[in-house]
Design a protein around this ligand. Structure first.
Ligand code: HEM
Length: 121
């Protein structure tokens, strides 16, 4: 049950990030709505917390099982590139490059989640 909730939250997180990216390109007023500012943080926190809870329950140590360590690093890179895309990028080109970068990290996260094999280390 934990795993399905974790996967559902992951899909919602990627969807909300993509929506905010599109709204950023459009300079939409939707971005200043309260739920748009709060919901993604709640979803991402729950996603992370559930991941940690499963790792503890299954006794998977990210230092011994490198796939989990690498997945956590890739998630941190996704969060950073996401922050860059939505907050720091000053023009459309930078925003698009940031979004593609974030999607690249998400592809790595999903690949590691499914294969449980580390790719980079
Ligand atoms: C954007 C972030 C994340 C995405 C997209 C994601 C995606 C997934 C997916 C698709 C699965 C199911 C894999 C399967 O079919 O067995 C999964 C399982 C899991 N994830 Fe995540 N995850 C994310 C973040 C995290 C984080 C931050 C952690 C830990 C700190 C984590 C720990 C786990 C664990 C322990 C499992 C269960 C593995 C097992 O069943 O043996 N995930 N994740």
């Amino acid at each position: 049950m934990f795993k399905h909730l974790h996967m559902t939250l992951a899909v919602i997180s990627i969807f909300l990030f993509t929506l905010r990216f599109i709204w950023t390109l459009m300079e939409s007023k939707q971005l200043s709505r309260k739920w748009v500012k709060i919901t993604p943080h709640v979803i991402d926190t729950l996603l992370f917390a559930l991941g940690v809870a499963m790792a503890v329950k299954l006794a998977i140590n990210p230092i011994e099982q490198l796939w989990l360590g690498e997945k956590i690093l890739a998630v941190i890179a996704y969060i950073f590139t996401g922050y860059f895309t939505l907050k720091l990028a000053r023009n459309r080109t930078m925003q698009i490059i940031g979004y593609l970068g974030a999607m690249g990290w998400i592809l790595l996260v999903v690949r590691i989640a499914m294969t449980k094999e580390n790719v980079l280390f």
